[in-house]
Design a binder for this molecule. Structure first.
Ligand SMILES: *Cc1c(COP(=O)(O)O)cnc(C)c1O
Length: 440
């Protein structure tokens, strides 16, 4: 009950959430099934939701909020987009899981290979974690090398090898690395500094012929929004070619968000393997990894690198993915122009709010992703991100919750704009930010 009395959010307004959370803590570790959902770092009680529609989400006490998390990215069309709902309802009538091939898997794979440059084949899995874990195994099998390079502050899901210096969730909870990951699992993971090519080159030079792959969030979203510096990805591509390592773009957030063809298209870089999740499931659990035929054919049963999944290619999830990507591809991807315009409106409003409050903060944005960092900035890597004043963030978070806006309960996350947000929603949000910042 300590947490509840600590609340400076209004517990009376959220009585049902408070009592559900009290019960949840006895049933689920920490009361949540994924750590960032707990409002621990902002010293508040998580909100339990009842339903969502468009840009809005409603809690179990009947409060309505404008949602700027969108399930951490998947709901790029907003909640319950009609085209996706109809497709899923039709598939529900035909069965929920076959554990065997179905045509929807091909339709989604074909959509992805058509929309994304530079990939021939796709393997479906059920989460982003599985996608990156499997892509690494494939890269190791293909190159017959064992080490990998990742970047400090980039998150690639919770598989052992990738849970080193892993950004938001781990950072928010202040867990240094994490117990349960053995030295053996972590020792082949080399950590470089984001936007710092020298740090990568040094690792490659010291581990010649041993590095299977460099895995990177092409647009970093798990230490707050950190855009790639000019030339960073061109440099990574050249280093991978020079040292014989594969370049893996983890596009679990940026895929079908940065552009229809993801960050590869936006930044004009060809990765060797690409991982997806979030948006491609349209709100259902899906991930996939994809790449050139030569690499992908090493996967079982075509090749010898084993990878499998009972619910992989699940017909309901495939159907939701197909409907979502089809909506995004409409009119040549006109949705991205709308998302960018709303992103720009958001950025300007946030910058005005920061200037009006006269506080030390910076606003970073790319497309429909943005973060207000409570530090002077610019934020270019984990070191600069971690200078943020997280106490200030937590006061800001609570004021925003009280004002009726759902944002991630962590400094090291993004605001996610969806096609369902109206200009009025964005302006209401930036007005509330202005009021909140002036109260800090
Ligand atoms: C969310 C995320 C993952 C993990 O995906 P899950 O579906 O949560 O397992 C991997 N990489 C990036 C970049 C992500 O943002």
């Amino acid at each position: 009950m300590d947490q509840i009395t600590d609340l400076n959010t209004n517990p009376d307004k959220r009585k049902n959430s408070v009592s559900l959370f009290a019960k949840a803590q006895g049933l689920i570790p920490g009361g949540v099934n994924s750590p960032v959902r707990a409002f621990g770092s902002v010293a508040a009680t998580p909100v339990f939701y009842d339903r969502a529609e468009g840009a809005y989400i409603f809690d179990v006490d009947g409060n309505k909020y404008i949602d700027f998390i969108g399930s951490w990215g998947p709901m790029i069309l907003g909640h319950r987009p009609p085209a996706v709902m109809q497709a899923v309802e039709q598939q529900l009538a035909k069965g929920t899981s076959y554990g065997a091939p179905c045509e929807a898997e091909l339709v989604l794979a074909e959509l992805i290979t058509n929309l994304v440059p530079n990939i021939d084949m796709v393997r479906m899995v059920s989460s982003g974690t599985e996608a990156t874990m499997s892509a690494l195994r494939l890269a190791r099998g293909f190159t017959k090398r064992e080490k990998i390079i990742k970047f400090e502050g980039n998150y690639h899901g919770h598989s052992d090898a990738l849970l080193v210096s892993a950004g938001s969730g781990v950072a928010t909870l202040s867990i240094p690395g994490t117990p349960g990951v053995t030295e053996g699992a972590a020792k082949d993971t080399l950590v470089a500094r984001y936007n710092d090519l020298d740090s990568v080159e040094q690792l490659l030079a010291h581990n010649k012929d041993q590095v299977a792959a460099i895995i990177v969030e092409p647009i970093a979203g798990n230490m707050g929004l950190v855009p790639p510096a000019k030339g960073f990805h061109e440099g990574l591509r050249a280093l991978c070619d020079e040292f014989g390592a594969l370049l893996i773009f983890d596009e679990v957030i940026s895929g079908f968000r940065a552009a229809l063809g993801g960050a590869q298209e936006l930044l004009n870089i060809k990765a060797d393997l690409v991982t997806y999740g979030k948006i491609i499931g349209g709100g259902f659990p899906v991930g996939c990894f994809a790449g050139r035929e030569e690499i992908m054919k090493c996967l079982a049963p075509a090749g010898s690198v084993y990878q499998a999944g009972t619910l992989s290619g699940n017909p309901i999830a495939m159907t939701a993915g197909i409907a979502t990507l089809t909506e995004l591809a409409k009119d040549g991807g006109a949705v991205y122009g709308r998302l960018n315009a709303k992103g720009a409106l958001l950025e300007q409003g946030l910058k005005d709010a920061v200037a009006a409050a006269g506080i030390e903060a910076c606003v970073q944005r790319m497309g429909s992703l943005a973060t207000v960092f409570f530090t002077q900035g610019p934020v270019t890597d984990w070191q600069s991100a971690s200078r943020s004043d997280t106490d200030q963030f937590s006061r800001y978070f609570k004021l925003m919750l009280e004002a009726g806006f759902i944002i991630a309960p962590s400094q090291y996350e993004c605001l996610f704009v969806s096609d369902a947000h109206t200009e009025a929603d964005i302006t209401a949000f930036t007005d509330a930010v202005k009021a909140a910042l002036s109260e800090l």
